[in-house]
Design a protein around this ligand. Structure first.
Ligand code: ATP
Ligand code: MG
Length: 561
């Protein structure tokens, strides 16, 4: 069912539509994407980004970018910069609304002081371990802290002195006074402030007390006038707490809506695990093309359009599920099919000499750039006496269904001539085929003959003297297990890393039009898949990443098993 915005409906859109009908928030729709700058963004974040910015776009509303930077120990400027770059690259614009929870530290402190004045927050001297012990469990109620009944005056004084730096790290906390027997553990006198002498990436050493995420998050949303605070399911149990804070303070009340986070098979998405893979060099960096990070996907050859398409296709739901990574790849294929020029590249070259082709002759043959896009035009590719074809495209002893080149067999060279294999040259010692000699039919230029004889195979090729040297990196899934966390006892997810996730081919030959292919340029290598120019290309060496194959070969393999 379509909504007022014209997009397919989902439960979040239904809530917004109802709010608009009811005249809530004066008809405003204001969302935000609230990353914690403690790592690089991944495809799961992309789901949240597309959801929040997409809703703002569709309802004529706004979406803020807010860094939830409440933990000075783990947060860094590098992450802030990468997050901004990734959101922008995905195609979204937060205009002048770049906010930081740390901008609100003074306001949050005043809000907390207000709770102290109201007698619903107190300074507690229990240690972290004691607080945990007093908290109780899911089945047993907690116990009141012995400091719970301090007088308001005493609490005001102590909280001020906490801020002033009179107590050592960890000596005291400020806690909300709610209900130690609540069935919801989040309501058992949660901590609002802790003492930590750490330098913050924005506020420096100005503060020695830092708000907890749970205390900062909802109030930050409120201060920004957010109407719909969309977050993942694990915050459902925190909603009563966020509501309690807002109601005590009597400030603008955003509505929190929870949705299921994106899980993908054959990969990991927890920032902690991604950080470990990067720091311990299991991958080459945050932008390793095998990672599900946005910058990794970008380097691999993903386009913003393909990721937005993926986000649209998976939709939003209330129940957790795992999406097949093949769907993400299919979205990329769908987009690149439309935009990627078709070119010829030989990944594992086999030399072919066309004996009856005139020595020294070069012909410029016309080739269509993209049959899916008439505007893409044509280009010239040189043809000459010595060419390369793919090693796989020749079999000395072909089976019945092998339609490619074999002794005595004729095939079509794409955009060029028919050739017939006349002689096979081998390495004396190893028996390896190192060169073929063929003849060509001059009448067959462009791919047909007067007698209309049947030729079954069409091969891609490059002219040897014109070819450009290239390195090609082939990627496979980073993990061999659908759920990398499932391991034998005593092992962790790293035991499921795929040892063959990267294969580097260094002696590749690509057509000369790719000589100056720009970094990030995307191409379909005929018959082989979609490739993207890597940023390691320099000094005349072109490096390509295989973004995705032409078909879902993985699915085929699975079926065969
Ligand atoms: P961690 O990995 O430490 O749990 P996080 O992934 O929650 O962190 P945040 O920076 O807090 O990282 O995430 C920012 C926003 O992105 C949050 O609103 C969160 O709900 C959303 N988000 C994070 N992971 C996913 C996911 N897999 N699917 C959908 N949304 C996600
Ligand atoms: Mg989080």
């Amino acid at each position: 069912m379509a909504t007022e915005s014209g997009r397919p409906s989902n439960f979040i859109r239904d809530i917004i539509d109802n709010d608009l009908k009811a005249g809530k928030n004066q008809g405003r729709v204001h969302t935000r994407f609230p990353p914690e700058p403690n790592g690089y963004l991944h495809i799961g974040h992309a789901k949240s980004i597309c959801l929040n910015f997409g809703l703002a776009r569709d309802y004529g509303g706004k979406c803020n970018l807010r860094f939830d930077d409440t933990n000075p120990i783990k947060e860094e400027l590098e992450y802030v910069e990468s997050i901004k770059e990734d959101v922008r690259w995905l195609g979204w614009d937060w205009e002048d609304r770049e906010f930081y929870a740390s901008d609100y530290y003074t306001q949050l402190y005043e809000y907390a002081m207000r709770l102290v004045f109201m007698g619903v927050a107190y300074v507690c001297d229990l240690t972290a371990d004691e607080i945990r012990e007093y908290r109780g469990t899911l089945t047993t109620p907690g116990k009141d802290s012995p400091y719970r009944n301090r007088t308001t005056l005493e609490n005001i004084d102590l909280f001020r002195r906490m801020r002033a730096g009179e107590f050592p790290d960890g000596a005291k906390t400020l806690r909300a006074k709610i209900d130690m027997a609540s069935g919801n553990i989040n309501m058992r006198d949660p901590i609002l402030y802790r003492i930590t002498r750490a330098t913050h990436h924005r506020t420096g050493d100005k503060w020695c007390i830092y708000p907890m995420y749970d205390w900062a998050h909802g109030q930050s949303d409120s201060l920004e006038g957010i109407t719909h605070s969309i977050c993942t399911l694990e915050f459902e149990d925190h909603r009563p707490l966020y509501d309690w804070f807002i109601d005590q303070l009597g400030i603008h009340h955003p509505q929190q809506i929870e949705f299921a986070r994106l899980n993908l098979n054959y990969t990991v998405m927890s920032k902690r695990l991604l950080l470990e893979l990067v720091k311990e060099n299991y991958v080459s960096g945050w932008d390793d093309p095998r990672l599900p990070t946005i910058c990794g996907l970008r380097r691999r050859g993903f386009t913003p359009e393909s990721i937005r398409l993926f986000a649209d296709k998976i939709g939003v739901a209330k129940a957790d599920s795992t999406v097949d990574i093949a769907l993400l790849e299919a979205c990329l294929r769908e987009h690149l099919n439309l935009i990627a020029p078709r070119v010829m590249a030989v990944l594992r070259p086999l030399k072919v000499v066309i004996d009856n082709y005139p020595d020294g002759q070069v012909e410029e043959l016309e080739a269509i750039n993209n049959p899916e896009n008439p505007d893409a035009g044509t280009r010239k590719i040189p043809f000459s006496k010595v060419i390369y074809i793919e090693q796989d495209d020749f079999r000395e002893e072909p089976h019945k269904k092998f339609f490619r080149l074999a002794p005595g067999k004729e095939v079509r060279l794409k955009h060029a001539y028919y050739i017939t294999c006349q002689k096979v040259v081998k390495n004396d010692k190893t028996g390896e085929v190192i060169e073929l000699h063929c003849s060509y039919d001059p009448e067959s230029r462009g791919g047909g003959t007067a007698d209309n004889r049947k030729v079954e195979g069409t091969l891609h090729w490059v002219s040897a003297q014109h070819a450009v040297d290239a390195e090609v990196r082939l990627f496979d899934r980073l993990f061999i297990a659908e759920d990398p966390s499932k391991t034998e006892p005593g092992k962790d997810y790293k035991a499921n890393l795929n040892p063959a996730s990267l294969e580097v081919l260094s002696g590749c030959k690509v057509e000369p039009s790719l000589k100056d292919a720009p970094v990030g340029g995307k191409y379909q290598f005929l018959r082989q898949g979609y490739f993207c120019v890597d940023l390691d290309s320099k000094n005349g060496k072109v490096v390509f990443n295989r973004a995705v194959g032409l078909k879902d070969t993985w699915a085929k393999i699975e079926k065969r098993r």
